[in-house]
Design a binder for this molecule. Structure first.
Ligand code: CDP
Ligand code: MG
Length: 701
C-alpha cells in the first residue's frame, strides 16, 4: 500500500519546508465552515433560460434514458455544467419522485448541500425545506411528507441507513463530487452496491468532475461472489470545450515555492501577452503571503511606469463570500487578474479567462498515521491527476500555459492519483458504523479502495478499549450500539455516554458542543493585544475544555448577546451554533436515559469524564519541553491557540486533535492526573503509565 505522506522531495535541504506557518484550519475544516461561492453569468435571464443554457441540458433525454435502463450511471462533467442542480430536477420532472418517492443527492461538504438545495428550491419556485430540502449534521431542513429532492451530506446518508437499511424512500441516489473520494462517499458507494442487490429498482448516479469514471464503472460491474462482470453501469460524459495547454517545468527544484509563485507571476506579467493568471498554493497563509508579495511588486511596477496593471486576489474556503465573488469580476483590458488560490480552484470553482496556471506542486490533505493513531492535516506533493486538473484550468477559453514549479522528473515520480481519504483516515468511526449496519466482517467489506490493514487493526483496538467492541469483535449492547448513533467521533460519543456516571452531563454536553465550532475567538489582525487580554479573562488553569465551558456559561449569562461577544472577541455565530449542537446532543442523551446532572462547579468529574473518552490521546511532558504521546512516544507540542500555550506546561495532558504544520500540535488540551488514565483505561495503559511512573520515581529518589 502506498504511503500517502511521502517526503517533500522538491525541497532543498536546510531550507524551511512548506506549510511552516501555523494554520488555523481545523481537522474538520473541509466539512465544517469552508465554502465556495457560485458564479452565474446568466443572472439577467429567466430561470428557464438559464437552465437551458447549461451544457448538461443537451443531455437531458440521454441521461433519463440511461437511468431508466442501467442500475448505475456515471456522469462526468466539468464544474458548473449543471450536474448538481439539474439532474435531480430532470429526474423529478420524469416521474422519479412520484408516489412519495425521493431523489437524494449527496454532497461531501455541508455548505454545498445547503447552497445547492437553496438554488434548486429557487429554480423551482419552492420554499426551502418543502419540495426541496437538505439534511446535514445537526441541521435537518426537510419535510418528511413533502420533500421530493433531498440534498444531504454523504455522512448523513450512511446515518440514514441505520434507520432504514434499504433506503426505501429513495428511487434514485446521486453521489455528487465522487471524484473527491471522501471517506463517506466511498463508504456509501460500497453500501449502495450491496443495497442494489436487494433493491433492483434503486438507481444510482455517480457524478464526477474529472475523468476517472472507469474506476467507478468497473467497481459496479464487478460481481464479487460470481466473479463475472455484468453490464449494469453506463458512463456519460458532458463534453466541455477545452484547448491545449503547454506545460513547463523548472530545470531544478525550487527552494521555496511561495516565493517562486510570486516570481513566476511577475515573469508572466512582464513577458507574456494577455490572459489572467491562476496560481495554486496549499493554504490560506500561503495565499496571503503570495498576495502581499505581489501587491508589493505591483506597486513597484506601477511606479516604474508599466502600462498593464495587476489585480491580485486571494481565494480560499475561509474567505468571506463577498471577497470570494471578486475573483469572478471582469477586469478592463489593460488589467491582468491574478488569482492566488488553494485547492478550491481545482474542481470546486471555475474562473473564466484564465490563460496561465502556476502549480506549486503541493496540496494540503488529511493524513492518518496508523502507528501513532494521529490524524492531521499535512502538506504533500500533488498527484499527477491533480496536476493535470490544475493545468486544465488554463485551457477553458483558449489555449494556455501551465508552469509547474517542479522538475519533470519530480512529476514522473508523483502518485498517478490522489490517495482516497479511505486510505488516509482514522477508521474507528467507520468501523463502528459498518458494524451498526450489520456488517460483521468489516475487513472483507467491498471497499472501492481498501484501507491499509494496520489502520483497521488500530481502529479495532481503539474501539475495543473504548468498550464499543467485545472480545469477539462484536458491537457491545448498549454502549457500542449507542456510540454508533452519535454523529461524532467515537471518543466524543464515549465521553458523552459516560457523563451520567460522572455526574456532569450538563458540563460535558457543553464541552462537546463547543469543540464542534471552528474558532471560539475572532481576532482582528490589528487588535491582537486587546483580544489576547480579553481571552485571558476566560482562561482556566485546567486547560481548553473548562475554558470553553466558562465561555459558554458566560455567553448564556449575558443573554447570548452579540454585542457582548464582540466586546470579548468571541465568535457569536459559532456560539449560537454551539447552542443548537448542544440541543441535538442532549436529545440523544435523553433518548439513552443518561441522567442530567451538573458537577456544580467541581472540575474533577468533568476532567475525568474527558479522560474516559480521550484516554488514547494522552501525552506527557518531556524534559525537552515538548510532549510525547503515552503509547508511542511521539513528539507533540501545545498549539498556540491553547490557553496552556506559554504557561507553565502541565505534566500530563489529553487532547482532542492534532494538527500538523511545521510540527505536530495538540489542540483542545486538558491537564489530567496519570492515575486517571490507569483507572479509566486499564487495558490500554497498564504498562505504559506504570513505566513512566517508575521512571519518575527513580528520578526523584
Ligand atoms: O454541479 P455542477 O458543478 O455541474 O453545476 P451546478 O452546481 O449544477 O451549477 C450549474 C449552474 O447553476 C452554475 O454554473 C451557476 O450558473 C448556477 N448556480 C447558481 O447560480 N447558484 C447556485 N447556488 C448553484 C448553481
Ligand atoms: Mg456540482
Amino acid at each position: 500500500m502506498a504511503n500517502p505522506v511521502v517526503s517533500m522531495k522538491f525541497w532543498k535541504p536546510g531550507t524551511e519546508g512548506p506549510g511552516t506557518a501555523i494554520s488555523e484550519e481545523r481537522q474538520s475544516a473541509a466539512e465544517a465552515s469552508g465554502t465556495a461561492v457560485i458564479y452565474n453569468p446568466h443572472t439577467s435571464l429567466s430561470i428557464e433560460q438559464q437552465r437551458q443554457r447549461l451544457p448538461i441540458f443537451k443531455h437531458r433525454n440521454h441521461i433519463l434514458y440511461l437511468v431508466e435502463n442501467y442500475q448505475t450511471v456515471v456522469i462526468v462533467g466539468e464544474t458548473g455544467c449543471g450536474k448538481s442542480t439539474q439532474i435531480p430536477q430532470y429526474l423529478a420532472e420524469a416521474g422519479w419522485t412520484a408516489e412519495g418517492r425521493v431523489v437524494g443527492v449527496t454532497q461531501p461538504r455541508r455548505v454545498a448541500a445547503v447552497s445547492v438545495a437553496g438554488r434548486v428550491a429557487e429554480e423551482r419556485g419552492a420554499l426551502l425545506g418543502h419540495e426541496v430540502g437538505y439534511c446535514i449534521r445537526f441541521d435537518d431542513c426537510t419535510d418528511s411528507q413533502a420533500t421530493r429532492i433531498k440534498f444531504l451530506t454523504d455522512g448523513m446518508l450512511v446515518r440514514e441507513m441505520m434507520a432504514d437499511p434499504l433506503l426505501k424512500k429513495y428511487s434514485v441516489l446521486m453521489l455528487d463530487e465522487a471524484h473527491e473520494r471522501t471517506l463517506y462517499t466511498d463508504i456509501s458507494i460500497g453500501l449502495l452496491k450491496k443495497i442494489q442487490k436487494k433493491r433492483g429498482d434503486l438507481r444510482l448516479i455517480v457524478a464526477s468532475a474529472t475523468l476517472d469514471a472507469e474506476r467507478f464503472k468497473e467497481f459496479f460491474n464487478q460481481n464479487e461472489t460470481e466473479d463475472v462482470t455484468k453490464d449494469t453501469c453506463a458512463i456519460l460524459t458532458v463534453e466541455g470545450r477545452t484547448f491545449p495547454v503547454d506545460i513547463f517545468y523548472t530545470l531544478s527544484p525550487v527552494p521555496d515555492y511561495v516565493k517562486a509563485t510570486a516570481e513566476t507571476v511577475m515573469k508572466i506579467h512582464q513577458n507574456e501577452g494577455d490572459g489572467d493568471i491562476l496560481a495554486f498554493v496549499t493554504g490560506q497563509e500561503e495565499v496571503e503571503t503570495v498576495v502581499s508579495m505581489l501587491i508589493e511588486q505591483a506597486r513597484l511596477l506601477a511606479r516604474s511606469g508599466m502600462q498593464k496593471h495587476l489585480r491580485i486576489l486571494p481565494m480560499y474556503a475561509g474567505l468571506p463570500s463577498s471577497e470570494q465573488m471578486k475573483v469572478f469580476e471582469r477586469v478592463s483590458h489593460n488589467v491582468r487578474k491574478v488569482v492566488v488560490a488553494t485547492n478550491i480552484a481545482e474542481t470546486s470553482i471555475t474562473i473564466n479567462g484564465i490563460v496561465f496556471v502556476i502549480d506549486c506542486g503541493f496540496v494540503k490533505l488529511r493524513a492518518y498515521n496508523h502507528k501513532t493513531g494521529i490524524e492531521s492535516l499535512v502538506v504533500v506533493p500533488v498527484s499527477q491527476a491533480s496536476a493535470s486538473q490544475r493545468a486544465g484550468r488554463a485551457g477553458r477559453n483558449r489555449s494556455g500555459k501551465c508552469y509547474r514549479l517542479y522538475t519533470e522528473e519530480d512529476y514522473e515520480s508523483l502518485f498517478p492519483a490522489t490517495v482516497p481519504e479511505m486510505q488516509r483516515s482514522n477508521m474507528a468511526p467507520v468501523i463502528l458504523q459498518l458494524k451498526a449496519l450489520g456488517i460483521d466482517n468489516v475487513l472483507r467489506f467491498n471497499f472501492l479502495s481498501p484501507p491499509p490493514a494496520e489502520t483497521m487493526v488500530q481502529a479495532l483496538e481503539l474501539l475495543y478499549a473504548l468498550g464499543s467492541l467485545d472480545d469477539q469483535c462484536c458491537l457491545t449492547d448498549p454502549l457500542g450500539l449507542r456510540m454508533a448513533e452519535f454523529p461524532l467521533n467515537p471518543m466524543f460519543a464515549k465521553m458523552l455516554l459516560e457523563s451520567g456516571n460522572f455526574g456532569c452531563s450538563e458540563e460535558i454536553l457543553t464541552i462537546a458542543a463547543m469543540t464542534q465550532i471552528q474558532n471560539v475567538f475572532v481576532v482582528p489582525p490589528n487588535q491582537k493585544a486587546e483580544a489576547a487580554r480579553e481571552q485571558r479573562k476566560f482562561a482556566v488553569a485546567e486547560g481548553d475544555h473548562l475554558t470553553m465551558l466558562n465561555i459558554y456559561e458566560s455567553f448564556l449569562k449575558n443573554s447570548k448577546s452579540s454585542q457582548w461577544c464582540q466586546q470579548h472577541f468571541l465568535n457569536y455565530k459559532g456560539l449560537i451554533r454551539a447552542t443548537t449542537v448542544r440541543e441535538q446532543l442532549k436529545k440523544l442523551l435523553t433518548k439513552f436515559k443518561i441522567p442530567k446532572k451538573s458537577s456544580e462547579g467541581d472540575p474533577d468529574p468533568v476532567l475525568r469524564c474527558i479522560v474516559a473518552g480521550f484516554f488514547a490521546n494522552a501525552a506527557k511532558l518531556h524534559y525537552t519541553g515538548s510532549y510525547r504521546t503515552l503509547r508511542d512516544d511521539y513528539e507533540l507540542h501545545i498549539h498556540p491557540s491553547s490557553v496552556l500555550y506559554g504557561e507553565k506546561p502541565p505534566e500530563w495532558v489529553v487532547f482532542n486533535e492534532v494538527i500538523q504544520t511545521s510540527k505536530y500540535f495538540m489542540r483542545d488540551i486538558t491537564l489530567v492526573e496519570p492515575s486517571w488514565l490507569l483507572e479509566l483505561a486499564p487495558h490500554f495503559y497498564q504498562q505504559g503509565v506504570q513505566q513512566s511512573w517508575n521512571a519518575k520515581r527513580a528520578k526523584v529518589s
